[in-house]
Design a protein around this ligand. Sequence first.
Ligand code: HEC
Length: 135
Amino acid sequence: MDRAAVASGERPGAKPPTPVPAHSRELSGSELYEVSCSACHGPKGGGVEGLVPPLAGNATLASGEPEYLIQTICNGVRAEESRTGAGMPPFNQKLSNGQIAALSTYVRDIAGNTDSPIEAENAACERRASTPGEE
Ligand code: HEC
């Protein structure tokens, strides 16, 4: 037994972990949901009784045009305007059209509408001209 190797914690053949660079690829809709939405709406979109509406199985979101869903993500909901008195932040400065499209597709999916994916050009937020990055 090589006591020096044991003491230093060396393991023969162990490779150093390969770091995964941040933003090396596009995040999927479910990953975007986990990062941006799950803290309030719940990991599975179940919401918080009386405070945050559920997204999973939400008939309003599943039916008709995705415009309401997209605009809610873009603009958020101010607490004083909200039904529950709890607010939701706007995401128009944080997410690109492509990310909002992927996210909306995922949310519509868990709401119960599995239509074809929402395209980025249909998920445009009005962004101020000073918005860094994409228009
Ligand atoms: C800080 C907490 C919070 C975060 C983060 C948040 N929301 Fe919300 N969201 C709310 C609240 C509170 C409401 C309900 C406001 C009201 O009472 O009308 C809401 C409402 C909604 C609605 C409307 C639901 C309906 O039945 O009318 C949608 C859609 C929605 N959120 C999607 C999202 C998505 C997608 C994300 C992630 C990008 C997100 N929310 C992030 C708190 C949050």
